[in-house]
Design a protein. Sequence first.
Length: 214
Amino acid sequence: MRSYGLRFVLVCKPDSHPATYEWLEYLERIGAVRTVVRTRWTGKRHETDTYRYAAAVPLRDAEGAMEVNWCELTTTAADGKVLYRNAFATDLALDDGNVAEVVEAGRSRWKIENENNNTLKTKGYHFEHNYGHGKQHLSSLLASLIILAFLVHTVLDWADGKFQLLRQKLPSRKRLFNDIKTLTSYLCFDSWDALMDFMLESFKKPPPPKPETG
């Protein structure tokens, strides 16, 4: 990556880089590993992010080994339970102000895996099930249509307030797709907005019954 002029933020774990962690133990003893602690509210609970970082750590136990900057994130719940832990090696300079941003960049590699690839496989798109269909181009056509649908839904997630509201009210993406499929099988809507309005109307509280008059 360096030979191509690229910067990097890559996972760096103890089992794959033992010499790096031996060096980190020494740096920690002399107070050269810095710590930044931040607490945030997720909407459901408080979580604490503890960042640690150090500069100029060798990747291998060898003369002339490449030196990197190292950072680690440990996320814990209020009861102390560890929810997430990972560490990264980077050639970016680290300080208290940017360590969280660098860690977020390192985690984005897995964010792509989780929020794109896994969504296409498990959240109602059935992407992997379309391989092998047809004898010429059908599987490629179906895969292209699925990716196009995912693109359209991503744009709706960003730009359509009614679609966003439905996504919040329904328990899963798959449930939303199934509801749309059922409704459009039996009813004709003048527009996408009309469909969204119809679905959102079902979440409104019904008016109280009128008192009976004798």
